[in-house]
Every structure is written in C-alpha cells, then in structure tokens.
Design a protein around this ligand. Structure first.
Ligand code: HDD
Ligand code: HEB
Ligand code: HEB
Length: 471
C-alpha cells in the first residue's frame, strides 16, 4: 500500500458517497417542482401536502449533498495536485461555471423557496423551485463535461514546456460526444432514484395506515413515482446503449473489460457469465449470446470488438511497456450490477402500478411493502456501480491516453497524510450518513403535513400579497 493506493481509495469512497445524494437532489428538485405546479394549477390540497412533504426530504438530502460536495473539491488540490495542474486550464472554465450556476441558482432559489412560503407571491415562489431545479440539472452538465474530458480528452493542446493541457476549444470540451451522452444517462439514472423514493415512502404509508385521510395523496405519489421510474428506466436503457457504442470507439479497452473479452472477435458475442482466471488474463468459463456484443458495441451484428490482450499489445507498442488493462472482475461485475439493480427497480415499479390498477386499493402485503422499501436502494446501487465501472474502467489512465493515474497523484503527499485524511473523511461521512438516514426516516414517517386551506389559486391576488422575506 502506498499513498497512490490510498488516494485512489479515498477519491473512490468519498465520490461514490457524494453521488448517493446527487441523484436525489437532481431528481427530487424537479419532481417537487412538478408537484407544486400541479397544486398551482388545480388548487387540490393533496398536491400542496405532497410538495411540502417531499420538499422536506429534498432539503435534508440537498444539505448533505452540499457538504459532501465541498469535501470532494478539497481532494483535487490535496491528493491530486499534479493532475489538477495538468487539467487546470481545461477544468477551470466548466467548473467555474458549475460553481456559479450551482451556487447562484441552487442556493439562492432554494433559499427563496424555503423562506418564501406565504411570503412570496405564489407564482414567484413556484418559479423559485423551478429555477433551483433547472440550475441543479444544468450544473450537472458542466461537471460531467469535466469528467468526460478524462474519458475522452478533446479541445486541448499538450504544452511540453509547461507539462499542461491547454484549452484550445471550449465548445469542443462542452460538446464532447462522451459528455453529450453521459448527461442524459446520468440524469435518467437520477430520476430512477427519485421516482423510487416517491414510491417507497408513499407505499409505506398506504400499507401501514390503511384508512388515512391522506390516502388519495399517497396513492397519487405512489403511481406518479412508479411512472417516473418506468420512464427513466426506458431512457436509461436507450442512452446506455448509445453510451456503449461511443465507449467502444473512444475507450475500446473499457468495452473489452466490461465483457471480459480477451481476444478480438468479429462478430463478438455478449457474455451472460464469464469466469476468468484470477490474474485476469484468460477465460475459464463463458456463457455467451452470439452477435449481441458486436451489435451493442458497434451497431452492426458482425462488427469487430477488440479484445483485452490485443489492446494491451497495441497500447504497449503505442505508449511504452506497462499494463493498460483495468481490473477485469471489477469492470465486468460493476457493469452487470449497474444494469441488474436498475432493472430490478423498474420491475418493482411495474408491480406497484399493477397492484393499483383501475383504482384498486394497495394490498396489505408484507412482500409488496418490502419490495417498495427496497426500491430506492436499488437504483442508488446501480448508480454507484455505473460510476465504479466508468472510473475504474478508465484505469490506468487518469486522463485517457494522456496522463497515467500514478502520475497524477501529489508527489509531496505522504502515506501517513493520505491515511489520516482518508480515515477522517470516512469517519465524518459515517456520522453524517447516520444523521441523514435518521432524519429522512423520521420525516418520511411523519407523513404529509396538515395545511391550512388555501384560497383558490388566482393569479390576480399575487399583487396584493406583501413582498416580504421577513417579518
Ligand atoms: Fe457535486 C454539490 C463538488 C460530482 C452534482 N458538488 C456539490 C458542491 C460541491 C461539489 C463543492 C457543493 C456546492 C454546490 O452546491 O455547488 N461534485 C463536486 C466535485 C465532484 C462532484 C468536486 C467530482 C468529483 N456533483 C458531481 C456530479 C454531479 C454533481 C458528477 C452531477 C451529475 N453536486 C451536484 C449537485 C449537488 C452538488 C446536484 C449535489 C447535491 C447538492 O448539490 O445538494 O449540484
Ligand atoms: Fe471520479 C477516481 C467515482 C465523478 C475525477 N472516481 C474515482 C474512483 C471512483 C470514482 C470509484 C476511483 C477509481 C480508481 O482509482 O480505480 N467519480 C466517481 C463517482 C462520481 C465521479 C461516483 C460521481 C460523483 N470523478 C468524477 C468527476 C470528476 C472525477 C465529475 C472530475 C471532475 N475521479 C476523478 C479523479 C479520480 C477519480 C481525479 C482520482 C484518480 C483515479 O483515477 O483514481
Ligand atoms: Fe449505465 C455508465 C450502459 C443501465 C447508471 N452505463 C455507463 C456506461 C455504459 C452504460 C456503457 C459507461 C460509459 C463510459 O464509461 O463511457 N447502463 C448502460 C446500459 C444499461 C445501463 C446498456 C442498461 C441496459 N446505468 C444503467 C442504470 C443506471 C445506470 C439502470 C442507474 C440507475 N451508468 C450509470 C451511471 C454511469 C453509467 C451513473 C456513470 C456515468 C456515465 O454515464 O458514464
């Protein structure tokens, strides 16, 4: 174990952790905005109750997302200073925009939304949650563009004098084909989590408290969440398919590693289950579907998909001796777990819709309750495995074809220092996790709040309300 290993573990653990909160912030912000819009349009109190209820869960999660995000930022300078120097010119612009958009739109408008209930004109209050939701989703684009540069560097020139990548084409960085497809895939994956959370919480109330006056509200939330889950699952599959094809072009080794494909095949078959030797150099057992991998990777059932050993030989010749192969069992299994967990959540969403078809009451079933409660956890796992696949499949490169991970780590940082920060972060995060889960469960159990009957929504009264933020 050296500083490099620990720095990688630290980045991996803390980032996966940050991304437990990110999908909920991205998805719930929009879903809460939709709920509030429904209330605004119809005046039906159940939508107001749901807005306030899920809005509270959103805010708890948002706070955790911000805290864990700030910690993320420290690591670039602390553990990965050589990498930060290398990509600084490229990342500066998108990350500055991200910070501006995120901080201004998200923070300002979420603040207005929290304190604006009954104080802001209704329309303005509604607009503030939409602005926060749109800002959050937009800011995701910029950070994903930065990540995509690491997968497929574009729009830059390497300057051997400074040893840095210099930005030559900002538009190219933003329209990186990896970024263009990673964004919808990630957003769809985020909505899969948010839709699932809606279902889980609503189902819990529907089954536990069978004759509550709020049954219509929970019923709506369960069905709405299930539809969101199904729609995003469809989008995740479509975008994932396209992503696979682009990945085959820009990082063929990652595709080979996803499939445990050791030798180039044309046509290539898709692995349902492959068991390789422990050192990852040979395959011992394989169950395969012919032509499918060629189709998934290239769009042509007879297309060529390059194998690990052939790519390894190619890269050694191109970049010098060394290993250019990621850890195959990790890439192989994380790819399958991403798909499996995501589709499992979609299957439960179907089940939930089926049990409530044509106005049926939700059956009092222990199994349905358990499946419902498991629902948000499944896509969270899928998202984590998706990122583990993407980031570990990029190895040994920190910037593909340009910089090796081992050259990106801070030279000045010692093993003790990294171990200390890693331990500290993990402990702080463990405490934060306990607080978050406790808070979420407490507020989720409390159920939708009572609301004072509001007057029929009427835009004309906006003007008469005092425009005050404080008393
Ligand atoms: Fe993030 C918050 C930094 C990955 C989406 N992040 C957040 C904050 C910082 C970072 C400093 C708090 C201030 C703010 O609200 O802007 N984030 C990072 C770093 C990352 C990273 C250094 C890379 C390792 N984040 C990341 C991705 C996405 C987001 C890949 C989206 C796809 N981040 C968000 C967000 C957050 C946020 C949705 C999450 C939860 C939240 O705001 O409340 O905007
Ligand atoms: Fe990352 C790393 C995850 C985002 C940058 N990552 C990493 C890792 C993991 C992750 C697991 C480890 C790997 C190895 O080492 O093998 N990511 C992740 C997630 C996410 C992310 C979950 C979401 C949140 N990243 C990201 C972004 C960026 C990044 C956005 C930029 C901007 N990463 C990174 C770096 C690193 C990582 C720099 C370190 C190095 C390596 O490669 O490792
Ligand atoms: Fe995913 C990633 C595909 C599902 C989440 N994906 C990824 C990738 C691919 C894919 C290819 C990589 C890319 C690169 O690296 O470049 N997916 C896919 C498919 C499917 C899927 C095909 C189905 C069918 N996913 C999924 C789900 C989820 C996800 C379900 C959740 C929910 N992914 C994800 C994430 C990631 C991925 C988060 C990372 C980021 C990006 O996008 O990259």
């Amino acid at each position: 174990v050296d500083a490099l290993d620990v720095a990688r573990w630290q980045f991996g653990v803390t980032t996966v952790y940050h991304f437990l909160f990110v999908p909920l912030t991205i998805g719930l912000s929009v879903l809460v905005a939709i709920l509030q819009t429904l209330w605004h349009r119809t005046g039906d109190e159940k939508y107001l109750k749901l807005t306030k209820f899920y809005g509270k869960l959103f805010l708890i999660n948002f706070a955790m997302g911000v805290v864990t995000g700030i910690v993320q930022e420290f690591q670039f300078g602390m553990n990965w200073s050589d990498y930060s120097r290398f990509v600084g010119d490229i990342f500066g612009a998108p990350l500055a925009i991200e910070a501006l958009v995120a901080f201004f739109l998200e923070s300002t408008f979420i603040g207005l939304w929290i304190f604006g209930w009954d104080r802001l004109p209704k329309r303005l209050h509604l607009a503030s949650i939409w602005a926060a939701a749109i800002g959050t989703n937009l800011s995701a684009y910029f950070i994903l563009a930065a990540n995509s540069f690491m997968q497929n560097p574009v729009g830059y020139r390497y300057n051997p004098d400074t040893g840095r990548a210099e930005l030559t084409d900002f538009v190219a960085v933003l329209t990186n084909k990896v970024a263009l497809i990673t964004f919808p895939h990630t957003i769809a994956g985020a909505f899969l989590v948010a839709g699932s959370l809606l279902v889980a919480v609503a189902l819990w109330h529907l089954i536990r408290n069978r004759d509550s006056a709020d049954t219509p509200a929970y019923r709506f939330a369960a069905r709405f969440g299930a539809w969101v889950t199904l729609a995003s699952a469809t989008l995740v599959v479509i975008t994932g398919d396209i992503q696979g094809k682009i990945m085959t072009q820009v990082q063929p080794m990652k595709m080979a590693a996803a499939e445990g494909l050791y030798t180039t095949e044309s046509p290539a078959s898709f692995s349902v289950l492959t068991i390789g030797s422990l050192d990852g150099s040979r395959e011992l057992f394989a169950l395969k579907i012919p032509y499918l991998l060629s189709y998934l990777g290239t769009g042509d059932p007879n297309g060529t998909v390059q194998g690990i050993n052939d790519l390894q030989a190619l890269y050694s010749a191109q970049y010098g001796a060394g290993s250019y192969t990621p850890i195959i069992p990790v890439t192989y299994w994380s790819f399958r777990l991403m798909i499996g967990f995501g589709l499992a959540a979609a299957a439960i969403a179907l089940l939930v819709l089926w049990t409530q078809r044509k106005g049926r009451t939700v059956p009092n079933s222990k199994w349905l309750l358990r499946a419902g409660l498991a629902m948000p956890i499944l896509p969270l796992l899928a998202n984590s495995f998706g990122w583990i696949f993407t980031e570990m499949g990029r190895q040994p490169w920190i910037v593909f074809g340009e910089m090796l991970t081992r050259d990106g780590v801070s030279r000045s940082v010692s093993l003790t220092e990294v171990l200390t920060s890693f331990t500290a972060f993990t402990l702080i995060y463990a405490v934060l996790a306990v607080i978050e889960v406790k808070l979420l469960i407490r507020y989720a159990k409390a159920g939708v709040p009572e609301v004072t009957p509001a007057p029929e929504p009427d835009d004309t009264d906006d003007a008469e309300r005092p425009l005050a933020f404080a008393y």
